[in-house]
Ligand binder design. Structure first.
Ligand SMILES: Cc1cc2nc3c(=O)[nH]c(=O)nc-3n(C[C@H](O)[C@H](O)[C@H](O)COP(=O)(O)OP(=O)(O)OC[C@H]3O[C@@H](n4cnc5c(N)ncnc54)[C@H](O)[C@@H]3O)c2cc1C
Length: 461
């Protein structure tokens, strides 16, 4: 039950708008990419300035409200009863320092905003598979770039400064030198330590990528997945790949051969020459008859088209698991739960090959727990609320079936909203030592656990 609070004074003090339930604009302000997880805060603050964020955090503290944060709105943690939601849409600026190859990105800028700002200057950011994901939410979850990650590491490793409003309602600019503990803790824990109003990060002199997709029939799951896992173990760090078992909708926006069919979508991104890339992927082309291929030399501005992620909001439920290994028995497990004849209702079961620089220790310590994980699985089922229970069952079956090869660690970025209340899963994900250190820091920076509408690290007692 939401507590009644008087927001008039707060509204009068802010540059940006506020919205309370029932007010025009409330639903839109609280909407997210996942149509099944709208937020329902007591009040939504459309922050327009850093001072707005400071005032909103102080107001929440004074009224005993939790603070929820909406950046790009892609994987929201939990319903926001008794919370104040800070939406960052009105703070989405991107400014580039070409000489320094550094970009400053505000609270809810999307990867498309950064790609638009930096690629005309021959530079590339550590962007993800979708250009509509929020940059800061992605970075705070670690950020695995399916184009640059295996070559350059986790995106959060390339963040050089963070502007954050902490639970005391104070804005600070932190770096590895000024605040080593907080700088460590923020990168890998999403919104647990405050509202990030801007980050500065490195961008790289990369102008193109050889990339795209190879589509096979889902009926060829065994030869394709076995061939891909063997191939992925041999390729250089400049090559990144993933494979998704997909039941595609009959969507006219898809190319004709892909409408309404069951496919295996192999995605590749190679930073070397097109000739070398062609040579490297040739064995993949021979794994089974190809339905379609889109691999080409692309300007980096188009890197986020490779995965063909749905650009607009959809209703879905999701789960993820890290894998220690992917062997012939694991392939059989995928075949049984998601292959032809499985009756699976899942729209997509994706396996990303990590490794390379993603498995190396960073120069500056961070809280990213997924370094030792060679494969990350992310699966989702699409459909209205009535279909969510069946999709949750299918997701649970998939995760249970993969557990024998499961890794305790996995990507924070892909944690499901369904897991936000599962404290034991969050502890397991970070491991005892890292979780204990983060819980101590949470006690220092957010002792009342105001930032708890997330995959929460509870303050140490
Ligand atoms: C289609 C799709 C593709 C994806 N591809 C990738 C990928 O290639 N690589 C990868 O690593 N991840 C990927 N992700 C996961 C993505 O990085 C996370 O979902 C990320 O949290 C999205 O951030 P957001 O701002 O869009 O979402 P939001 O829902 O707005 O934020 C999610 C959480 O992040 C935190 N947060 C967001 N903004 C701020 C802020 N300004 N200050 C403090 N906390 C904040 C909050 O805890 C918030 O609850 C993908 C997700 C989707 C849905």
């Amino acid at each position: 039950m939401a507590v009644p609070i008087d927001t008039a004074e707060l509204s009068g003090a802010l540059t940006g708008p506020t919205f309370v339930p029932g007010q025009v604009g409330y639903d839109e302000e609280c909407s997210t990419y996942n149509l099944l997880t709208p937020l329902r805060p007591v009040v939504a603050v459309g922050a327009a300035t850093v001072a707005d964020v400071e005032k909103a955090v102080r107001f929440a503290a004074a009224n005993g409200l939790a603070v929820a944060i909406r950046g790009g709105g892609h994987i929201v943690a939990a319903p926001s009863d008794n919370s104040l939601l800070i939406t960052m849409r009105r703070m989405s600026g991107v400014s580039l320092d070409v000489e320094a190859a550094s970009v400053r990105v505000q609270g809810a800028a999307l990867w498309q905003d950064v790609l638009d700002a930096v690629t005309p200057h021959g530079l590339a950011p550590m962007s993800g598979s979708s250009s509509t994901v929020g940059v800061i939410g992605y970075l705070l979850g670690g950020g695995q770039s399916p184009t640059l990650g295996r070559h350059l590491g986790w995106a959060a490793e390339h963040v050089t400064a963070i502007e954050i409003v902490t639970a005391d309602g104070r804005a600070r600019r932190i770096t590895a030198d000024s605040d080593p503990d907080l700088f460590f803790a923020v990168r890998g824990t999403k919104g647990n330590f405050g509202v990030v109003t801007a980050v500065e990060m490195r961008v790289f002199p990369i102008t193109r990528v050889f990339g795209g997709g190879l589509w096979f029939s889902g009926d060829d799951l065994r030869p394709v997945l076995n061939g891909w896992r063997r191939w992925a173990a041999t390729v250089p760090e400049e090559m990144t790949s993933s494979i998704a078992i997909q039941r595609l909708p009959p969507d006219p926006a898809l190319p004709e051969p892909l409408r309404g069919v069951f496919v295996l979508h192999t995605r590749i991104a190679f930073l070397g020459s097109a000739a070398e890339g062609n040579r490297l992927i040739e064995p993949l082309r021979r794994l089974a008859p190809l339905i379609m291929e889109s691999v080409a030399d692309l300007p980096y501005a188009q890197a986020a088209t490779i995965h063909m992620d749905p650009p607009s909001p959809i209703p879905y439920v999701d789960r993820s698991i890290g894998l220690r290994e992917l062997n012939a028995e694991t392939v059989e497990a995928f075949y049984e739960v998601a292959g032809p004849g499985s009756g699976s209702t899942l729209a997509s079961v994706e396996i990303r090959a990590l490794g390379g620089a993603l498995s190396r220790e960073p120069l500056t310590a961070d809280a990213i727990p997924a370094r030792a994980v060679p494969f990350q699985v992310f699966a989702f089922g699409v459909g209205p609320l009535e279909q969510a229970p069946a999709n949750r069952v299918a997701l649970a079956e998939l995760i249970d079936r993969l557990r024998p090869w499961g890794h305790e660690r996995r990507m924070v970025a892909f944690l499901s909203p369904d897991e936000a209340t599962d404290q034991s899963a969050i502890r397991l994900l970070y491991g005892e030592d890292l979780y204990a250190r983060l819980a101590q820091l949470k006690k220092v920076y957010d002792p009342a656990n105001m930032f708890r509408i997330n995959h929460n690290i509870a303050p140490a007692t």
